[in-house]
Design a protein around this ligand. Sequence first.
Ligand code: NOJ
Ligand code: CA
Length: 698
Amino acid sequence: MKKVFLISLLVFINLAVAQSVQSPSGKIAVNFKLAANGQPSYSVNYKNKPAVLESALGIKLKDKPALDANFDILDSKTTSFNESWKPVLGEQSSIKNHYNELTVSLLTKETKVKMNIIFRVFDEGVAFRYDFPKQAELNYFIISDEITQFNLTENNKVFWLPGDFDSNEYEYNETRFSEIDNSKINMNNGIGVKSIPGKYTVQTPLMMKAPSGVYLNIFEAAVVNYPVMHLNADVTNYKLKAELVPNAIGDKAYLQTPCVSPWRTIMISDDARDIVASKMILNLNEPSKIEDPSWIKPMKYVGIWWEMHVGKSTWDYAGSQNATNFADAPKASGKHGATTENTKRYIDFAAKNGFDGVLVEGWNVGWEDWNGNWKEEVFDFTTPYPDFDIAALSAYAKEKNVKMIMHHETSGSVSNYERHLDRAFDLMKKYDYPAVKSGYVGRIIPRGEFHDGQSMVNHFNFVVKRAADYKIMINSHESSRPTGVGRTYPNYIAAEAARGNEFNAWSVGNPPAHETILPFTRQLGGPMDYTPGIFEVKMSYYDKNKTEQVHTTLAKQLALYVTMYSPLQMAADLLENYEKYPDAFQFIKDVETDWDESKYLEAEPGDYVTVARKTKGKETWFLGAITDENARTSEVKLDFLTPGKKYKATVYADAANAHWKNNPIAYQIKTMTVTSKSKLKLILAAGGGTAVSFEPIL
Ligand code: NOJ
Ligand code: CA
């Protein structure tokens, strides 16, 4: 008795203080600790076992004492929150936001600076952020480093991208944590942190699987007025540390109190389906700021796009990009894709097949000089090429009840885009374009800034906000990856921000496992404009010397419409290729893009994903199943269907001899009658997939 008393007295004298908070189910617990020297740290337990070991918390400031030690606890409080909200568009029509929160208010001993650390513990993970209240002791400040650590327990399997500050368009590397090594990866679009052997920078979301079978995912939510967080991996000690993307002079973030950091998130579960199904990232963002979202609509679209990627036509009028300055009045090459005539063909096709929109790239002057960004004023976003009659086309589209989708490639010349933005949006309103695909190819102007730095994060958020004023929807390419800000601005309907299907047209492409990893990584922050639906899989179809190809079967291209959630979905292939396979194309015509419910039936990062989704406001369901390079057979229960109802299931499957490489186009379509008691056998080829539509039989 005496001994116990003595020990607790000693702890008290040492001033180490601990606080903890649990998830609503009790499975996850976060422990906050303030060490004797006033240094804050946290650790996380999952099902009573350590999931994240004691890890430091804190911020380093430029020209001011660091906020990483010498703290006292001023106050701490625990609260609970349990509410549901309805996203404008989504994987489900109602989202539950249920967590317990611990706020620890800290005060530095000498300088009397206040900083709060807020923890939220959900059933599928933990989030925490730094909160800087308004105070005379800390008004304006510059963050020079964030020291947040994530210390892992084991040598996990990791799906990582190299820490390029400009691009996420890489293949995932699947290795043990101890084998993370950037040194052989050619970071072709940016620079990232110079690799120090043994300490490599990787991007977030970072998906991992521990040898014990527990899945962990480290990411962030609500990145607003702050740079993107990459992670520095200490490969021998299984430790990760925040690596904030710097600006051109090496500073990380300029802030003024009151302000907050983004949420740092750790998802944890022994069932991988909990990670892909999680809405934690969205929940950590502010509710919608758009009062009347009636103009925000899902869209299936076709476009003048893949034809440029396969080399059939060009973005620029003169057909020789970078060769001619448009001011010298070049002649039309005959290869220009965005002509009035060609656009009409796409509008007709969209109208005939029930698509909502038509994207046209290469419609505006500037593509002569777009690549390499030597010219700051490369585009003005308002001047069409002479062979693109914007007025006539918008009238034609209106007549056919099709919406035009605008394209703004900025070539990374961001200050130029901001200068022209309002006029560009005015032009869109004048011609009734409800959505724009933006692009940020190349290095950023102002020179020295990175795509993932604070000022670019602010740019991407600003464009979405300003677009909302105009009732315009945004689909950004080459932006920093979304972190759930689409909850706050639901007009941010999609983004690329990962390696899209386009890479299959002109590079080594995306390995068959790629699309089984994206739902665990990039897609946690918001929908991706992946551009599926390629039927002519091999590029030798266009040019016999080409060896590039899409690394999937045709059936898997169909399944991607279901496995890769997005309210904006392109049917990306050439129109004539759809006309050749009308029975397979039927699935793309039928598949929906906005859902009441989504049920992940099977999921394993890097291996497979099977999901069933119920159409918003309708009784139809769609199922998508995909696999990596390994063929796969499984059986799923159809118990998601309404009991007592009969459905006609149309199954679009790989043919028995299909294979992504040797025989990618071979598919078979079967119909059958099923109920909620039925089971469905899925037989997926190597790199294959299955897509199913379920229609109630009345
Ligand atoms: C890259 C985008 O991802 C692609 O979709 C687009 O066609 C080109 N940039 C040109 O803007
Ligand atoms: Ca891209």
